[in-house]
Design a protein around this ligand. Sequence first.
Ligand code: ADP
Length: 406
Amino acid sequence: MKVLVLNAGSSSQKSCLYDLSNQALPDIAPHPLWEAEIDWTHQKGKAELKVKTRKGKSKTSFDSQSRRADTLEMLKTLWGGENPVIHNPQEIDIVGHRVVHGGDEYRQSTFVTSELKAAIARLSTFAPIHNPVNLEGIESIEEILGDIPQVAVFDTAFHSHLTPAAYTYPIPYKFLQQGIRRYGFHGISHEYCARRAAQILGCDLKELRLITCHLGNGCSLAAIRDGYSVDTTMGFTPLEGLMMGSRSGSVDPGILLHLLRHENYTADELDNLLNRESGLLGISGLSGDLRPILSAAEEGEAQAKLALDIYIHRLRSCIGSMLASLSGLDAIIFTAGAGENSPLIRAATCEGFEFLGWKIDAQKNESSPIDIDIAAPESTVRILPIHTQEDWAIAQACWQLSSSDG
Ligand code: ADP
């Protein structure tokens, strides 16, 4: 079965093709036959296309026409160009899409129907950057591949078991009825990591209490019990919670009132301030990328050091709140760019919980560990850096839905 995955971001379109057996899913993610990415940020009016197959890699740049036309150019490299991997588009059996917002209606992966498309469009009010591009991806596939089965996998779905106490904001009740509540995001990654942790530990996921730390450009935590997220740090939008690359995370809403009243900020200016000018970038004045901050902090640069200290402080304090929601913990998982690659972030985070008996094995932590336990034997919790594989999780969802359908 050939499964095409589309993962649309605000300024990029990633995609990959898996070739899966019809009989059973492998435990470990196989390498995709083909991976491609279009990046619209490199040069104005241009699309940069990178393609990787088992035969080689290519990078080209072309005049951007529209998101839809550029996506078609990317897909054409599947069956044309230098390293085609299939003979024609009809070889693709099913297409899976990452869809950021499924609201409270969509609690699991679902086949795309006209009703579902209408819901994705309606939920664009809550995810104005992502849902429209996710929908455009679905419609592009309809144009190119006709009525091929398509599946939407939602970033919010894994958090749909949050209790009312965890998802309701303490503002007038009528806003809850208007859908203003916490939804949580990065659910595909949190769920994948939870399942992978259970595999690594050889346990039933339902028996485990886990905290997953997704630390990429966007950062969020999930507290997982009985196989579901019961608490998470992102909320109504992906702006709440931890300090991120250029997003502030949680701040006192009184600051926004102050800026509106006394500094004449507009909604768009506040949006820009909180989403693009804050976080590591806003404090360090250097970068939203953690790597240069780590280097500058090591060299003693004061603002970089402060940025790093806030990042760790907030990470520890949000982990504390996830711990309280779980009333205990079996394993903590570090994933995404910083979680997978930074021994310093993992060590500094766990150091805050030594009083609870968390103990990292320093040597294992430094040895680029992935998908293994790096806790010292006497540690009260297991500590797992896990490589998140959202595209593989989407392909798995397609396989499962089409198997149960047939
Ligand atoms: P995205 O959220 O865009 O998918 P990634 O998961 O790739 O992003 O994570 C990007 C973040 O990971 C950046 O802040 C980057 O600095 C950080 N990162 C990647 N590699 C390392 C590393 N070796 N050490 C520290 N941070 C890293």
